[in-house]
Structure formats: structure tokens, C-alpha cells
Design a protein around this ligand. Structure first.
Ligand SMILES: [Zn+2]
Length: 126
């Protein structure tokens, strides 16, 4: 079998690749829902991150500025540990495979790549 070229291998961004071939994550419904959630949460998190940075000396200016330079909301799990990291994956709190709602603002949360990988792994039971 021919090895895929570097371009082919890099075709899918990591976020989509980690979700396999699930068509749902490429649907217009999900994409527009995700975009709306991203914008709304980002606005809320700008306030949260500023407060957290001002009141917490353990947060570095570097981490704060790095996050500000992105367009992403905060990772909710990092936030629990007073860390400012971008959440670039909109995760289903109650996973779809176990009956969680697809499109429901109360069933989604933003996670960083690390936290999303850990959660997905535990959901798969590996
Ligand atoms: Zn995180």
C-alpha cells in the first residue's frame, strides 16, 4: 500500500482527525452551533480570564497573552486549576454515543487538546 504523502496525512486538522469519520462534526448544523458557542463563550471568558489573571499571581503574563492572541474560549478543566489555556474542542459533556444531546448549549464545554484526549480515552474505556 502506498504511504500517504505528508500533505495527505496533514489534510485533517487534529481536532477533526481525533473524531474519526463522524459526519456529524462536519455537518452545517454542528459547525454553526460550534461557531455560535465559540463567540458567546469567548466574550464571557475575556472577563473571566482578566479577573483570574489580575487576582492570581500564579498565572504568567505569557500564558495570559498567549490565550488573548487566540480566538478561543478557555478550557474549563484548566480553569478549575487556575490555568489559562485555550479550549479549542467543543466537547459533549454527556457523550453522544451514550445518548447525550447533539445540539444543546447545556451539554457542551470547551476543552484543550490534552483534556479532550483524556476525556475521550476514558469514555472509550481504554
Ligand atoms: Zn485543559
Amino acid at each position: 500500500m502506498k504511504k500517504p504523502s505528508k500533505k495527505e496525512r496533514n489534510y485533517l486538522p487534529p481536532r477533526e482527525a481525533s473524531r474519526g469519520n463522524d459526519k456529524f462534526y462536519n455537518s452545517t448544523t454542528w459547525r454553526s452551533f460550534r461557531k455560535k458557542q465559540l463567540i458567546q463563550q469567548r466574550i464571557k471568558d475575556l472577563v473571566t480570564a482578566r479577573m483570574l489573571y489580575k487576582n492570581n499571581t500564579s498565572i504568567s503574563l505569557y500564558d495570559y497573552n498567549t490565550w488573548l492572541s487566540t480566538e478561543h474560549p478557555l478550557c474549563v478543566h484548566c480553569l478549575q486549576d487556575d490555568n489559562i489555556r485555550k479550549g479549542n474542542t467543543l466537547d459533549h459533556i454527556h457523550s453522544r454515543s451514550t445518548g447525550g444531546a447533539d445540539i444543546d448549549p447545556s451539554n457542551v464545554q470547551w476543552l484543550c487538546e490534552n483534556h479532550h484526549a483524556v476525556k475521550s480515552q476514558s469514555e472509550r474505556g481504554t
